[in-house]
Design a protein around this ligand. Structure first.
Ligand SMILES: NC(=O)c1ccc[n+]([C@@H]2O[C@H](COP(=O)([O-])OP(=O)(O)OC[C@H]3O[C@@H](n4cnc5c(N)ncnc54)[C@H](O)[C@@H]3O)[C@@H](O)[C@H]2O)c1
Length: 258
């Protein structure tokens, strides 16, 4: 039987496209009231329209979660609109400078990727957790990547922040296990998105190189990550906390190769 989230209030960051949008629609279709957040209002409204088409309910709050005041405002809007917060899926992230080696990595790009990928996760949890404590429990999933477990070429900022998210997740899970709040990370391999498709068309050799990293011999689908996230947020995963779930077609089975 599919997992249901009736009467649950769910916050999804970075839900204006890609993996966040897919999960927001799936949570809404499964009965949750969903707070969609991202920086682009038109794309946020598009996510809401897709949620409603799936029979769901929710609101959009425009916010840049690399700013603590925005993260706080999103959580306050969620609780003032729906009366609380039960589940959060912190997805927002950027790739940063993906092409430079550490010796040449742009300092501004470093600060941006740390703010958007790692500080944003802390800011969101900082304001999500007190609300979940008031409800007597909750579940959080933080978006990492295979780049949080092994290094991938080109992008020390991305690799460092995705590793940091796993550490942050473990530390927060330990702090809040006794509050009945489970906190886990998810580490996808390469997932097929519109952006990926465009990138592969622009650099055809990249597709072959990236595909070779996946023993399963294909890229993942959005729904394959979303299903794992819904499971982690559900009662079915009631004994799972502080873990990192790989959804990567086997990417991390073998040692990383350049
Ligand atoms: N697609 C993949 O192959 C893949 C694999 C592993 C991990 N991830 C991670 O999944 C997440 C989503 O990636 P995606 O592929 O869906 O890409 P995406 O660019 O479509 O999604 C990222 C979303 O986060 C939003 N965002 C970024 N910074 C933000 C900020 N400061 N405040 C608010 N919103 C912000 C973007 O606007 C966008 O909507 C990212 O964290 C990415 O690192 C993606």
């Amino acid at each position: 039987m599919p997992v249901r989230f009736d009467s649950k209030i769910v916050l999804v960051t970075g839900a204006t496209s890609g993996l966040g949008r897919d999960a927001a629609i799936a949570f809404a279709a499964a009965g949750a009231k969903v707070v969609v957040t991202g920086r682009r209002t038109d794309a946020g409204e598009d996510t809401l329209a897709r949620m409603r088409a799936a029979g769901g309910e929710g609101i959009f709050v425009a916010a840049d979660v690399s700013r603590p005041e925005d993260a706080q405002r999103v959580v306050e809007t969620a609780t003032s609109t729906f009366g609380g917060l039960d589940i959060a899926y912190n997805v927002a992230g950027i790739s940063g400078d993906a092409w430079s080696k550490c010796s040449d990595y742009d300092i501004t790009a470093w600060n941006e990727v740390v703010a958007s990928n790692l500080s944003s996760m802390f800011y969101c949890m900082r304001f999500e957790l007190p609300e979940m404590k008031k409800r007597g429990g909750g579940a959080i999933v933080n978006m990492s990547s295979v780049a949080g477990l092994v290094s991938t070429p080109g992008g020390v900022g991305y690799v460092a922040t995705k590793h940091g998210i796993i550490g942050l997740t473990k530390a927060a899970a330990l702090d809040h296990a006794a509050d009945n709040i489970r906190i886990n990370a998810i580490a996808p391999g390469v997932i097929y998105t519109e952006m990926l498709e465009a990138g592969m068309k622009a650099h055809p050799p990249l597709e072959k190189q990236m595909m070779a990293k996946h023993p399963i011999k294909r890229f993942g689908q959005l729904s394959e990550v979303t299903k794992a996230v819904l499971w982690l947020c559900s009662y079915e995963a009631s004994f799972v906390t502080g873990s990192t779930l790989t959804v990567d077609g086997g990417y991390t089975i073998h040692a990383a190769e350049a």
